[in-house]
Design a protein around this ligand. Structure first.
Ligand code: MN
Length: 290
């Protein structure tokens, strides 16, 4: 069995813009390279917004050197960026944005959601890029719910939605730069299951709702992050009531991390360059709403 290293509590929430009350389960400041290739995970737990006229969210800002993966569980998010890409994602959809050499974007509640109000729940995960791809051209993938395979777990334990990587022969739609598995796992009440991820890869699980007993030894509840040793066999999960769990696994990128706000590079010099490039308008232009 793969050894559980620690179950960690989420810190207090903070607001990203006025649209996303998030808890950062890990970040460069708290975890550094321990969770490589992952950098940061923000969970916006279910939060009810009243109807409004003005879209809530976060206005134009830059990124360089990594990818942002936005998973919507409830509500609707609109995105626009300086490469001309944009999208509208709702429950079950995922947006995979490769900032790489540099992008400007904005992230807002959709117009419909703003008008009607409702419950927003989402995750934003930052995935690092290897040094040789940090200055590659930016990219954008919309992964709609319908494209994401839903695979039954044995013994009617629940389902795995394969966002990236592969589960039981089913491949997720995300194109990744390094080997990564991201699974959205729903466990039925009191269900037990075993999950096997590639040995040597970083492995962590985020409990988004409910609680799960891990390896029969410790229980992780809502908003907690469980980190496992890199070596070993399967992990055993037993849901206490229904549970919603995000499984993150990936080959570590064994390179230095220099992180500053929206930039994640390998050296401080590259961070300084990112700031200079941003200040000189080299991240492009997002333009006005048509
Ligand atoms: Mn952003």
């Amino acid at each position: 069995m793969r050894k559980l290293i620690a179950i960690q509590n989420a810190p207090n929430p903070h607001w990203v813009g006025d649209g996303f009350p998030v808890r950062s389960l890990f970040s460069p400041q708290t975890h550094g390279a321990v969770v490589s290739p992952f950098i940061l995970l923000d969970h916006a737990a279910p939060y009810r917004f009243g109807p409004a006229a003005q879209k809530r969210g976060v206005g134009v800002h830059p990124h360089r050197g990594f990818e942002t993966v936005t998973i919507v569980y409830s509500g609707e998010v609109d995105h626009r960026d300086s490469t001309g890409n944009g999208g509208h994602i709702g429950p079950g959809d995922v947006q995979w944005m490769t900032a790489a050499s540099g992008i400007l974007h904005e992230e807002f509640h959709s117009e419909g959601f703003t008008r009607s109000g409702g419950v927003m729940e989402m995750v934003q995960l930052w995935v690092n890029l290897p040094a040789k791809q940090k200055m590659a051209p930016p990219g954008y993938q919309t992964l709609l719910n319908a494209q994401i395979p839903t695979v039954e777990l044995p013994d009617a334990a629940g389902v795995v939605r394969v966002i990236a990587g592969n589960f039981s022969g089913h491949r997720g739609p995300a194109r990744t730069f390094t080997p990564i598995d991201i699974w959205d796992v729903r466990l039925n009440a009191s269900a037990k299951t075993k999950l096997t991820l590639p040995e040597g890869h970083t492995l962590g699980i985020v409990v988004l709702s409910g609680a799960v007993r891990i390896n029969g030894v410790e229980t992780a509840g809502e908003g907690q992050f469980a980190l496992f040793a890199a070596e070993g066999g399967a992990i055993a999960l037993e849901a206490e009531g229904e549970a919603k769990v995000l499984v993150l696994s990936g080959e570590p990128i064994d390179e230095p991390i220099a992180a500053y706000g929206p930039f994640v590079m390998n050296t401080n010099e590259e961070i300084r360059q990112a700031i200079v490039d941003f200040n000189n308008g080299r991240f492009g232009d997002i333009g006005a709403f048509a």
